[in-house]
Ligand binder design. Structure first.
Ligand code: MN
Ligand code: MN
Ligand code: MN
Length: 281
């Protein structure tokens, strides 16, 4: 069975519309997928409508990718097989969206002070129904000729150590996992090797995640160094967690993070879909 439980559409920061993304998953021979846009379920409804309309055999789970605070940094938690109507989760999503908007407003204010005006107005008029983020500000700076490339915007204004480098105040890991559980979903720790943690820190994270009801870890993600899946699988097993897999697809331009482009799960791993097997039939 071909599975991919982590991907993004234009509902967050992906390049393909939910419908086009579903078509791509079908073309690439996938059987079951979860659309996991950042902090929003908007794309799910569009993807579902598209599949229903075309009588597609592709199974779609409702998913989401949420940001959470852990230790001094942040981690991403994927929710799988969630009830999109759940009120607790909906409130949580609104909160995350507020945190994002608040950060944009603070960056816009800072840019305003150095004479780069109009950022807030641009976001307010152009980012309706999408997750506004720094890439949208970069786009604006490019369009208005402040910078020559989007990379330049990050190098000069938005990247690490620059004026627009304002960190988010995400809710705690425990709280975010609780929203997913409230919505009847399975909480999955996303791309554990992206946080650049030591082995001890990684164990610490797994422990805290499992302790608050987290059920699985992404043992396989797009563009992963060979061999690391075995190490992860062992660590995951030691913490009595299930294993998930997802490409983290954002754009067709990144060939390494193509939908469905992953190795099979290591034999020792218990696949996360055992937790919602009835959905896959
Ligand atoms: Mn993303
Ligand atoms: Mn992520
Ligand atoms: Mn992602």
């Amino acid at each position: 069975m071909n599975i991919d439980f982590h991907m993004h559409s234009t509902a967050s920061d992906g390049a393909l519309s939910p419908a086009d993304l579903m078509d791509r998953c079908v073309q690439r021979g996938l059987h079951c997928v979860a659309l996991t846009d950042h902090d929003t379920l908007q794309g799910y409804w569009q993807a579902k409508e598209h599949l229903d309309k075309n009588d597609s055999p592709l199974k779609l789970l409702c998913g989401v990718e949420l940001s959470a605070k852990w230790s001094k940094g942040s981690v991403h938690i994927v929710g799988l097989n969630i009830d999109p109507q759940n009120a607790v989760l909906k409130d949580g999503l609104l909160r995350l969206q507020e945190i994002r908007l608040d950060r944009i407003a603070r960056i816009a204010q800072r840019l305003d002070k150095i004479g780069i005006t109009g950022v807030q107005e641009h976001i307010d008029t152009h980012c309706i129904g999408v997750q506004a983020g720094r890439p949208h500000i970069a786009q604006f700076l490019l369009e208005t000729g402040v910078v020559k490339t989007e990379q330049d915007a990050f190098k000069r204004y938005l990247g690490k150590g620059k004026l627009g480098d304002i960190s988010h105040c995400w809710p705690d890991l425990e709280e975010v996992v609780a929203w997913i559980l409230a919505a009847g979903g399975v909480a999955v720790l996303a791309h554990p090797l992206h946080y650049k943690l030591s082995r001890t820190q990684l164990k610490c994270l797994f422990e805290r995640f499992a302790g608050c009801g987290g059920a699985a870890v992404e043992v396989l993600t797009g563009h992963q160094q060979a061999g690391t899946e075995q190490q992860l699988a062992t660590l995951v097993e030691q913490h009595n967690l299930y294993a998930s897999m997802g490409s983290d697809f954002h754009t067709p331009e990144n060939k390494w993070k193509e939908v469905g482009r992953m190795l099979p799960l290591p034999k020792q791993s218990r696949p996360v879909w055992e937790l919602f097997a009835e959905q896959l039939r």
